[in-house]
Write a protein that binds this ligand. Structure first.
Ligand code: GDP
Ligand code: IMO
Ligand code: MG
Length: 417
């Protein structure tokens, strides 16, 4: 009988604070794996006065004893990955990349940005990193995998062939065919820097499970950005929900243990698309200011609003969440009134689920009394009574235990109940 792998997954529109909790829990795990997304992700970890922003490297990297795996479900930009690696020493034998992970190359970012520009006011508001085009190539079966870096010359020829076959598309997007010699040099550089990390990570994980190693699977983005279950087409291009952890790493559902869902005590979204509980008043601005709600990857101001219990129930069910980790409770310190979206209204009808079409959905709110200070508190019983009441009410609304509460960006300011 082998061990099981636990999952951390975002329950809202990303940036819930996954990085902080993965780092906190990573101290108890032998292996931490990313299973989806690319460098559109920005996971922040604060240890003492040092702040790290991780985009592709799993958030277990700050635990010197943890091995970190980038799974086949990730789209990997070699250039950005190499840059990110340079922050850390001694990654040898502590970092592995799946040979089946798809490569995200500079032309993917150019296509992403060109498409967004063409869409004008219907733009998704992507990070512009090339995520959609890279996954698009994977699904269209014209992508390139990390394992191809084993033979840069052959990879160069395949890329150039791809350019020739799709010349009109590249031309329309204003993307020039790379110079053959320059491209080869670039690929050889990637190969030199990454080859020793590229391997069959599924075999590695199966072996680790059979040896009862403790494994943590780190989600990227959030449930409402999932390609199938999010607010399509205003989503990312990967399976961000817990089910993606299996296909994104080569595990089966029976390999999965405990699922922790990460959610803010309020709600944010960066980029365009529906966000029923968005607050356009001063309260929204106050949340943005207090929560430093500016993107880790793009620096864009995040749209801010109230906890959406309808979307959260959807997320808890889809991910099979065992416990929720409620983040950034301290950001709500000092508010007189705190609102929660308890149902939606659309065409004079009350909805208790996320509908196919979110257009015209309005929030129905319930108000809660605020509190003065939760920042830095490490025990549930020490939280102000109104904060405890807020958490208990949320648990009832989402039908899930809130087992972790975070009261500052610091690793140790975390209540585990
Ligand atoms: P991720 O993408 O889910 O890992 O989240 P991000 O790192 O993009 O955004 C979360 C932000 O909130 C980061 O700047 C964290 O340092 C910060 N953060 C995490 N937990 C807390 C918390 O409990 N309180 C406060 N004030 N900030 C937090
Ligand atoms: P983490 O892992 C928040 C959003 C973008 C845009 C949409 C599509 O840090 O939580 P893409 O570049 O993926 O094609 O953009 O998804 N988005 C995120 N928002 N956190 C993220 O990651 C995100 N990754 C993508 O803003 O709305
Ligand atoms: Mg983030």
């Amino acid at each position: 009988m082998s061990n099981r792998a636990d999952i951390i997954v975002g329950l809202q529109w990303g940036d819930e604070g996954k990085g902080k909790i993965v780092d906190n829990l990573a101290q108890k795990y032998d292996i931490v794996c990313r299973f989806a997304g690319g460098h559109n992700a920005g996971h922040t970890i604060v240890v003492g006065d040092k702040k790290y922003a991780l985009h592709l490297i799993p958030s277990g990297v700050l635990n010197p004893n943890a091995v970190n795996i980038v799974g086949n479900g990730v789209v990997l930009s070699p250039k950005d990955f190499i840059k990110e690696m340079s922050q850390f020493d001694n990654l040898k034998n502590r970092l592995f990349i799946s040979d089946r992970a798809h490569l995200l190359l500079p032309y993917h970012a150019m296509i992403d940005q060109a498409r967004e520009k063409m869409k004008g006011d219907k733009a998704i508001g992507t990070t512009g990193k090339g995520i959609g085009p890279a996954y698009g190539d994977k699904v269209a079966r014209v992508g390139h995998r990390a394992g191809e870096l084993r033979d840069p010359l052959k990879l160069r020829d395949r890329i150039l062939e791809h350019f020739d076959m799709n010349a009109p598309v590249f031309e329309a997007m204003g993307v020039e065919k790379p110079d053959s010699e320059e491209l080869l040099n670039e690929l050889q550089e990637y190969s030199k820097a990454l080859l020793e990390y590229i391997t069959d990570t599924t075999q590695l994980l199966w072996k680790a499970l059979s040896e009862d190693k403790r494994i943590l699977l780190e989600g990227a983005q959030g449930t409402m950005l999932d390609i199938d279950h999010g607010t399509y087409p205003y989503v990312t291009s990967s399976t961000t929900v817990s089910a993606g952890a299996c296909s994104g790493l080569g595990l089966n559902p029976k390999d999965i243990g405990y699922v922790t869902g990460i959610a803010k005590a309020y709600c944010t979204r960066v980029g365009n698309g529906p966000f029923p509980s968005e607050d356009f008043s001063e309260a929204g601005d106050k949340i943005r200011e207090r929560g430093h709600e500016f993107g880790t990857t793009t620096g864009r101001p995040r749209r801010c609003g109230w906890f959406d219990a309808v979307a959260m129930r959807h997320a808890v069910r889809i991910n099979g969440v065992d416990r929720v980790s409620l983040m950034k409770l301290d950001v709500l310190d000092g508010f007189d009134e705190i609102k929660v979206c308890v149902a939606y209204e659309k065409d004079d009808e009350q909805l208790n689920f996320v509908p196919y079409d979110m257009d015209g959905v309005k929030p129905i709110y319930k108000s809660f009394k605020g509190w003065q200070k939760t920042e830095g508190i490490k025990e549930f019983d020490k939280l102000p009574q109104t904060a405890q009441d807020y958490i208990t009410a949320l648990e009832e609304m989402i039908d899930c235990k809130i087992g972790i509460i975070s009261t500052s960006p610091q690793r140790e300011d975390t209540i585990i109940r």
